[in-house]
Structures are given as structure tokens and as C-alpha cells.
Ligand binder design. Structure first.
Ligand code: ADP
Ligand code: MG
Length: 314
């Protein structure tokens, strides 16, 4: 459905996209994962025809984006990193404007109503966009992308600035859209793509460093053998006790004291849950656990794992 071959984009001497190739099949939800500056937006702006490549090709349903931009743009709904919402329009006026801009030939009222229903914004259709919350603005942007019934939806960092509740709503919205559309979305948050996408393309410094099914990538990420624990007790002795527990690989403490409590990050290897042993040993000493929570695997952790795995293969 989308075929990207040897895509390169330079800005002066800076190579923002460095020879990227991948294909996206119909019905996939592909996550484009990478840190800031990796080249995600540049790639998405090229796929959607808003930016020209230095070299390489993008085919959408066999059509070249740069030879037939109008035909290709009709197939793609795009939510850019900064959605071009007109703050002084109402939601309805804006969507009506997008409808005209895209030259749609559906029944206008029916089509816009349907788009509003999908993202649940009918109740605010006569509100000025400027008065809406970030989450609602995001939905208006997505409704705009849905106008014209494109087969493909491309969303650039769609969850930035959303609250945790809004992120959960957004996920279920995307899962709903995925039944009818092929979706590509970018993010710099690993858990985000793991929760939503069936395939993950990891990009760093303009290059693809991994392109895997989500279950495959989850195996690379592995078990999350790390947690954060707050313990009331003498910093050095608690540290030594934690270090002495079998299968604890690393302990760190920032030394910041909250009353008599310190925060430790404990990393362990293997599949044994060390929390029980830890609890017993700390209880023996009379050093209570005040709080404990898992630490999410970050994109940086993933890079380390991908790179060390590459090293093992070579
Ligand atoms: P991402 O979306 O992954 O954060 P971008 O695609 O926006 O990354 O940027 C990739 C690299 O290209 C960055 O180093 C960025 O500074 C550079 N870049 C992006 N757009 C421009 C531009 N219009 N002019 C110059 N450099 C740019
Ligand atoms: Mg970006």
C-alpha cells in the first residue's frame, strides 16, 4: 500500500533522513518510534507530499507522491505535529473548510457529521476551536484527517500534550479507526507504540535501526527487571543490603532524602521475583518499604538492547 525506497532528505549539510526503505501493508498500524530529531516528521511530511525528498521514492497504491500529488493526497489523512487548526473557527466551520479544500464530493453535512461521530465531538461542533481542551483539539485534528475517507491515516506525535486519560481515549479511538484504515503514527514513547501498533519501525539519526512486529520487539525489550523503591533507613547500609541480594545487578540512589527515606532504583537479572527476599531482609533490619513501583523501559533502554543484540549477531 505504501512503498518507500531509499528515501533521503538533507537540510543543507544535515542528513535528516538517511536512506530509509520500508513498506506498509493494508490494515497495518505501524508505529514510527524514535527520539527527537530522529527524522520522523521529515519522513511523514515526505510521505504525505508536504515536503520533497532529496532522493528516493514514495509510492502510495502504486502512485508516486511527487508525480501525482493530488491523487495521493486524497488517499491520505494527515495530522501534522502542529495541526493547522484555525482557532477562530467553530469545529463545524473548520471541518467544512477542510471538506472544501480537499474537494470532496460526498454529501457534506452527512460526511462531516460522521467524522464528528467517530471522534466524538458532535457535542462541541458549534464551539470555537480556541475554547477546546488539548484533547478535544486533537480530536478535531483527527476528524480533519478523516474528511474525504482516506484509506491511510498518518499521525505525527498525536499524544504529545494529552493527559493520561486522554491518551487512553485516544488509543481506543485509534483501535476503532484501524478497522477501516491503515495507520502510521509517530512517537518517542516506547509504551505508546507497544500498546497500539502491530508493527514498530525504530528510527534514529535518520536511519532505521529496527523494523519488527510488536511481539518480536517486546522480546528484545524483555522482562522489565527494574523497580523503584523508597526505603526508610540509613542510605549506605540499605544500599549494601540491596546489593547483597542474589541476582541484584545494580542499585542506584540519588541521595535525596525525604525525612528518613531514600529512593533506590534496583535492577535484577533472571526471573525470580526478588521483592519477597527484599521485604524479609529489610524487615529484619527494621527498615520499612514506604513505596515501590515498576520503572518503564525507555527508548534509551531499547536502543542499548538493540545495539548490544546487533553486536551479538555480528
Ligand atoms: P523528529 O520528528 O523525529 O523529531 P525531524 O524530522 O523533525 O525529527 O528532524 C530531523 C532532523 O532534521 C533534525 O536534526 C532537525 O533539526 C532537522 N530538520 C528538520 N526540519 C528542518 C528544516 N526545515 N531545516 C533544517 N533542519 C531541519
Ligand atoms: Mg517530529
Amino acid at each position: 500500500m505504501i512503498e518507500i525506497t531509499n528515501l533521503v532528505r538533507k537540510f543543507g549539510n544535515k542528513v535528516a533522513v538517511d536512506n530509509i526503505s520500508f513498506t506498509v501493508k493494508e490494515g497495518e498500524i505501524v508505529g514510527f518510534l524514535g527520539p527527537n530529531g530522529a527524522g520522523k516528521s521529515t519522513t511523514m511530511n515526505i510521505i504525505t507530499g508536504y515536503l520533497s525528498p532529496t532522493s528516493g521514492t514514495v509510492l502510495v497504491d502504486g502512485l508516486d507522491v511527487f508525480e501525482e500529488p493530488q491523487a495521493v493526497k486524497k488517499q491520505i489523512g494527515f495530522l501534522p505535529e502542529q495541526p493547522p487548526l484555525y482557532m477562530d473557527m467553530t469545529v463545524w466551520e473548520y471541518l467544512s473548510f477542510v471538506f472544501d479544500l480537499k474537494g470532496c464530493d460526498f454529501n457534506k453535512k452527512k460526511h462531516i457529521t460522521e467524522a464528528c461521530e467517530v471522534v466524538k465531538i458532535l457535542d462541541v461542533k458549534n464551539h470555537l476551536i480556541r475554547t477546546l481542551s488539548k484533547g478535544y483539539k486533537q480530536r478535531v485534528g483527527i476528524a480533519g484527517a478523516l474528511i474525504g475517507n482516506p484509506k491511510i491515516i498518518i499521525l505525527d506525535e498525536p499524544t504529545v500534550g494529552l493527559s493520561p486519560e486522554q491518551v487512553i481515549e485516544f488509543r481506543s479511538l485509534i483501535r476503532g479507526l484501524a478497522k477501516k484504515h491503515t495507520i502510521i503514527l509517530s512517537t518517542h514513547i516506547l509504551s505508546e507504540v507497544q500498546a497500539l501498533c502491530n508493527r514498530i519501525i525504530v528510527i534514529n539519526e535518520g536511519k532505521i535501526v529496527a523494523d519488527q512486529d510488536t511481539p518480536q520487539l517486546k522480546r528484545v525489550v524483555g522482562e522489565n527487571n527494574r523497580f523503584q523503591v523508597k526505603i526508610a533507613g540509613p542510605q549506605k547500609e540499605v544500599y549494601n543490603l540491596l546489593r547483597s541480594i542474589h541476582s541484584v545487578r545494580d542499585v542506584s540512589c540519588d541521595g535525596v532524602r525525604d525525612g528518613d527515606t531514600y529512593t533506590f532504583i534496583v535492577e535484577y537479572s533472571g526471573s525470580i521475583d526478588i521483592r519477597k527476599i527484599m521485604f524479609k531482609e529489610l524487615a529484619n533490619k527494621g527498615w520499612p518499604i514506604m513505596a515501590m513501583e515498576g520503572v518503564e523501559t525507555t527508548l534509551e533502554d531499547l536502543f542499548v538492547k538493540l545495539i548490544s543484540r546487533k553486536g551479538e549477531e555480528e
